[in-house]
Design a protein around this ligand. Structure first.
Ligand code: ZN
Ligand code: ZN
Ligand code: ZN
Ligand code: ZN
Length: 426
């Protein structure tokens, strides 16, 4: 809130706050309210003759029809519910709130609601109050997520489907949280390139070359190596700067994304609010890194809850698992699809221990703004691919699984809706 000193008095000259004499320390909207109550115009506060009689609608709580005229019960911002008033439609300019009210009534449990001359049925009024409370809770959570994120891409939250509020027991983290019994070994060496992309083609060039791997990106930061091959990015020991084309995943999420409630029983999902080009980095799968024994133990508990947030890091051997059930980023909310638009890659940056890759999700195709993001929870690579991958990278993939996958457990039915759906998740 903007706080400022403003003096008001009955002798004030309209439009000239400097001439007033009553003191108060108040946020900007409160001062505007005071002006309106005192019928004072003030250019500095933006209260003019035209909007002097305007008050802000916080909520529409009830609705009625008398003959052909519509009335709404208005909760005014800054005033208690006891000050609510019935207003005819023509007095209201809050188009968004009006649309929202009618959409809510159309979706209210028990079918669309019709208003009478005295208002809505009590059940519908209580439903509107619950929707309002839920929206407040979701806005609070959205603000919290955006304060917590360290990446450029913003996070929106939306539930126009049911009364579910923010998830309990979920902590937003921007990177791996290292659990008990897990140690990360910081990288000891970096590259000396003058231009990492140009030197990438030389034998042993840049960071990927040092471990006999291919440079993963083109000049636009799009991944150009096949899924299954590892990505080695430049690190804190490299001579290059933050703008190096070999620093993509480490720059974090750049797209604005929306956590939304799906309308077909798949819980929360994530959609992009911006167009995403093919092969672009979208997000990392982060969570708590735990040992596979610990994952086994937690898996038993999660199984009973029917959730799948355990992602085995089985790039070389199955020693560690990422658990995103309680600590995670936006990837926690990304749904499975048998025909996904995101693909998993193993990434090494500050930690070169091959048992502890970072998991990055890249777009497999161009993705339109508004499209839901999905990845395949149970990815497999065909044997021919696995064989050539092994030759290219000098690393063996274990069990034919590509870059790890959330732990396979009891049979879970798939609701992805893709034409090529396998019908069961695991
Ligand atoms: Zn380099
Ligand atoms: Zn480097
Ligand atoms: Zn570099
Ligand atoms: Zn499916």
């Amino acid at each position: 809130a903007v706080a400022l000193w403003c003096r008001l008095s009955p002798h004030a000259v309209p439009g000239d706050p400097a001439g007033c004499s009553v003191c108060c320390l108040s946020p900007w909207p409160r001062l505007q309210e005071l002006c309106r109550l005192q019928r004072l115009r003030c250019r500095a506060l933006g209260v003019t003759r035209r909007n002097l009689g305007d008050f802000e609608v916080e909520l529409l709580c009830d609705y009625r029809r008398v003959r052909d005229e519509e009335f709404y019960l208005v909760k005014w911002r800054g005033y208690p519910s006891s000050a609510n008033t019935w207003e005819p439609r023509r007095n209201l300019r809050c188009r968004g709130l009006l649309q929202q009210l009618h959409a809510d009534l159309a979706r209210a449990p028990g079918g669309p609601v019709r208003p009478g001359p005295r208002g809505l049925p009590a059940r519908a009024v209580s439903y509107l109050a619950q929707k309002a409370e839920q929206r407040r809770a979701l806005r609070r959570w959205e603000r919290h997520l955006n304060r917590t994120r360290s990446h450029r891409g913003r996070i929106a939250v939306e539930n126009e489907v049911d009364l579910h509020g923010p998830p309990r027991d979920f902590v937003y983290v921007n990177e791996y949280k290292v659990g008990a019994g897990v140690a990360l070994t910081p990288v000891a060496a970096g590259c000396e390139c003058r231009d990492c992309l140009a030197e990438a083609t030389l034998a042993g060039g840049c960071c990927p070359g040092a471990s006999r791997n291919r440079f993963a990106y083109n000049e636009a930061g799009q991944v150009r190596i096949r899924a299954g091959l590892p990505i080695y990015e430049c690190n804190s020991r490299c001579r290059c700067g933050a703008e190096c084309p070999n620093r993509v995943v480490q720059r974090g999420i750049r797209y604005d994304l929306c956590i939304f409630r799906t309308g077909d029983g798949r819980g929360w999902g994530v959609r992009t609010l911006q167009r995403i080009r093919k092969n672009s980095f979208v997000m990392e799968y982060v969570g708590e890194i735990i040992t596979s024994e610990e994952a086994e133990r937690r898996g038993q508990v999660y199984d009973r809850q029917g959730a799948t947030y355990l992602f085995d890091l089985d790039y070389v051997e199955d020693v560690y698992t990422v658990d995103a059930a309680h600590y995670g980023n936006i990837s926690h909310f990304v749904n499975h699809s048998c025909d996904p638009n995101l693909q998993v890659y193993n990434v090494f940056i500050e930690n070169l221990d091959q048992r502890l890759p970072r998991i990055a999700l890249f777009a497999t195709r161009p993705i339109r703004a508004g499209e839901e993001l999905t990845f395949d929870y149970n990815m497999h690579v065909d044997p021919v691919d696995a064989e050539s991958t092994r030759m290219d990278s000098n690393f063996g993939l274990v069990g034919g699984s590509l870059g790890g996958s959330p732990r396979a457990r009891g049979r879970i039915e798939c609701k992805c809706g893709a034409a090529s759906c396998r019908k069961y998740l695991f």
